[in-house]
Design a protein around this ligand. Structure first.
Ligand SMILES: C[S@@+](CC[C@H](N)C(=O)[O-])C[C@H]1O[C@@H](n2cnc3c(N)ncnc32)[C@H](O)[C@@H]1O
Length: 244
């Protein structure tokens, strides 16, 4: 008799505070025989660290270490090729467990379908295996709540932008929205500051680093001069303020 395939559970782990995990995520990570997650070189992995000791004690861990993070620019033609090879290998390791009938929990910071690396594995596996995706509290939601910034009211237009865009494009998009979230700050900080100034938004922009996590830091963008930003940071611009 053929063995039933395992199920791929792609699990949103929220922005950092483990109390922001959903009940479903908690149940699935506590019972998964195999748990997979991404990690930067030398790091535990953000999604894995949110899980802490909540995994099943006998769980097999698949740690997928990125071949590079900032060493190769996203513009470099080698980037998509090398990352494609990496994601293919990760999907193969997960598929081996699913073929053997074991369920796999793939951990993802925030929400899996919102700029999550896990989507590249989901894309490769979901047609061939039973699968379920568990949404998570997004990083931006954790950050605007931590900063006490109701982000969009009424008919405000909220724009979510990757800080990797070039300066002119950032300005162009910022000018067309009321509220904004700029992700992936890191080495793009100075460019984002210039774009916010050009769009007339610098005074009301707020920087949030490691929102809801240990080491959380919240500052007005105007107080950021000379400061470096880690990858886990974003900039928030609150929409129009009005009382009803
Ligand atoms: C690859 S995206 C992952 C987004 C994630 N799937 C989500 O739902 O938020 C990584 C970017 O998310 C943002 N981010 C996610 N969680 C964050 C947090 N707790 N604090 C600050 N920024 C965060 C940062 O801008 C970071 O560069």
């Amino acid at each position: 008799m053929m063995r039933a395939l395992g199920t791929l559970h792609t699990i949103g782990m929220g922005p950092g505070d483990p109390e922001l995990l959903t009940l479903k995520a908690l149940r699935l990570i506590g019972q998964a025989p195999v748990v997979a997650y991404f990690a930067k070189r030398g790091r535990v992995g953000h999604a894995r660290s949110i899980a802490g000791a909540r995994l099943h004690p006998d769980a097999i861990e698949l740690r997928f270490e990125y071949p590079f993070t900032t060493e190769l620019s996203i513009e470099d033609p080698r980037y998509p090729v090398d990352m494609g090879v990496f994601y293919e290998a990760c999907a193969g390791r997960i598929a081996a467990h699913l073929d053997g009938g074991q369920d796999v929990a793939l951990l993802c910071e925030g929400d899996p379908f919102f700029y999550g690396s896990s989507m590249y594995l989901y894309d490769r596996l979901h047609a061939d295996y039973p699968h379920e995706t568990v949404p998570g509290v997004t990083g931006m939601s954790g950050c605007w709540t931590a900063a006490g910034l109701p982000i969009a009211h009424g008919d405000d237009m909220l724009c979510v932008l990757p800080g990797t865009l070039d300066e002119d494009r950032l300005v162009d998009r910022l000018l067309g929205c009321d509220a904004a979230v700029i992700m992936k700050v890191g080495r793009n900080l100075a460019k984002i500051q210039r774009a916010l100034r050009r769009a007339g938004m610098a005074e009301r922009a707020v920087y949030v680093e490691r929102g809801t996590q240990d080491g959380q830091c919240i500052l007005p963008m105007t107080g950021m001069d000379g400061r470096a930003a880690p990858y886990f940071s974003m900039v928030l611009v609150q929409g129009r303020q009005r009382l009803r």
